[in-house]
Every structure is written in structure tokens, then in C-alpha cells.
Design a protein around this ligand. Structure first.
Ligand code: PXP
Length: 237
């Protein structure tokens, strides 16, 4: 199981004071050394956390893969072509949201996503689509020609009752099996933390988890290396 560490919230903390600390570039290096398989950062259109300079420096200093999360806009595509992350994850983006709230709405926009995948692939950048765990979204992702999907685990993470969590896990499992059969690499993420990650990590077809908020939160108490290592331990078990 691969682990991608999302370091956006180190930048959120920096932006709270508008200065230079803490620096997400340093966080990316520490997460890299602590065993992350990739560093994930979301360059938002409103630049509320990660800045262009962060992305460009992180590209230079990490040894693991860079996964750039972004909206499907001309500006972001041009940025990705310049920075050249190994992989781009396309996500929906709304100004008023606190964090990414749902998977992409692919159905009415197949051509737009196909074009983005072709453009990014032609620069050797793989594309993952952040989708809700539904058969329709998995089939559309295959039609679009993406290399990977990232299944949105938010519904599972928000369930407070065991039956609801079980049903959400079933949806994730069904979507992961279908995506793998269609030749897609399967990642998952959003809202995963130290107490809910293991049932998702146990789904065979899921090959990578992308986790941010819970690891950065724990890092405030135990340090980032420890926080990464503890998550690594849980998902490897
Ligand atoms: N995957 C995607 C596509 C996301 O947008 C986010 C949030 O930035 C994450 C994973 C990580 O979510 P969390 O911060 O809740 O772990």
C-alpha cells in the first residue's frame, strides 16, 4: 500500500500569519524521508494555502513522486506542464468550500476531461480523477482514458453508525474492484485518520491512500516524521 502525504495544511498554518513559517517545502522533505511514496499538494485557484513557489520548490527537493491536485482549468494545466509532477489529480473546486467536497462530475464533461488527460499525458504526466465511488464514475474515468482514479472516502469517513460505515465501505470496495478490472490504478482518500484508515487499507484493490489533515494535525504533537511513520504502520498492518 502506497502512502501519499498531503502537506497543504502546513501552508494553511503559514498563510494564517502571512509569513514564511512553517514552510511546506520543509514538510515535504521530512515526509519524503519518513517514508511517503508521494507528496500531494493542491494548488488552488485562490492560492489559499499552497503557493506557486511551494510547488516549484517541492518539485526540486523531493525524491518521491509529486502528485499535484488541481482544478481542470487552462491556468492549472499550463502550471502542471511547467512543473511536471509525475501525476496530476483532477479535483472539483469551489471557492466557498473548506475542502474538496465531492468527486468530479464527469458525466456531462467527458470531452473536457479527455482533452486534459491527452494534454497532460503528452508531457508524460499521468492523470488521476478524484471520483465518488460509483460505477458510473468509474466507467466514465475509463472512457476518458485516465491512468488512475482516487476514490472519495469522505462519505465513509463521515459515517457515525457502523451500518452506514459498512455500506460506504461496500461502495468503495465495489468501485475499487471495477476500476482495477478496467485497468485503472486505484487510490483513495479524504477524511482518513488513525482510527478509520484500516478498513480502507484492507481493500485489496486500493493501491494508494492520500492523507493530509489527520497526519498534519498529529504532527503538531508528535512531529511530522512520527506522524507519517505511525500512519505507515497502521496501513501496512
Ligand atoms: N485526496 C484529495 C483529492 C483531496 O482533495 C484531499 C484534501 O485536500 C485529500 C485526498 C486529503 O484529505 P484529508 O486532508 O482529509 O486527509
Amino acid at each position: 500500500m502506497k502512502l501519499g502525504i498531503n502537506i497543504d495544511h502546513i501552508a494553511t498554518l503559514r498563510q494564517a500569519r502571512g509569513g514564511s513559517e512553517p514552510d511546506p517545502v520543509g514538510a515535504a522533505m521530512i515526509a519524503d524521508l519518513a517514508g511517503a511514496d508521494s507528496i500531494v499538494c493542491h494548488l488552488r485557484e485562490d492560492r489559499r494555502h499552497i503557493q506557486d513557489r511551494d510547488l516549484e520548490l517541492i518539485r526540486q527537493v523531493i525524491h518521491s513522486r509529486l502528485n499535484m491536485e488541481m482544478a481542470t482549468t487552462q491556468e492549472m494545466i499550463e502550471k502542471a506542464l511547467m512543473v511536471k509532477p509525475e501525476i496530476v489529480t483532477l479535483v472539483p473546486e469551489k471557492r466557498e468550500e473548506r475542502t474538496t467536497e465531492s468527486g468530479l462530475n464527469l458525466a456531462g464533461n467527458l470531452q473536457k476531461y479527455k482533452d486534459a488527460v491527452l494534454t497532460l499525458n503528452s508531457s508524460n504526466i499521468e492523470v488521476s480523477l478524484f471520483i465518488d465511488p460509483t460505477m458510473e464514475a468509474v466507467k466514465d474515468s475509463a472512457k476518458i482514458g485516465a491512468q488512475a482514479v482516487e476514490l472519495h472516502t469522505g462519505t465513509y469517513a463521515e459515517m457515525r453508525d457502523p451500518q452506514g460505515a459498512e455500506a460506504a465501505l461496500d461502495d468503495l470496495t465495489t468501485a475499487a474492484i471495477a476500476a482495477e478490472k478496467m485497468g485503472l490504478f486505484v487510490a483513495a482518500g479524504h477524511g482518513l485518520h488513525y482510527h478509520n484508515v484500516q478498513p480502507v487499507a484492507a481493500i485489496n484493490e486500493i493501491e494508494e491512500l492520500n492523507i493530509g489533515h489527520s497526519i498534519i494535525s498529529r504532527a503538531a504533537f508528535v512531529g511530522l516524521s512520527h506522524a507519517v511513520e505511525e500512519m505507515r504502520y497502521l496501513i501496512d498492518r
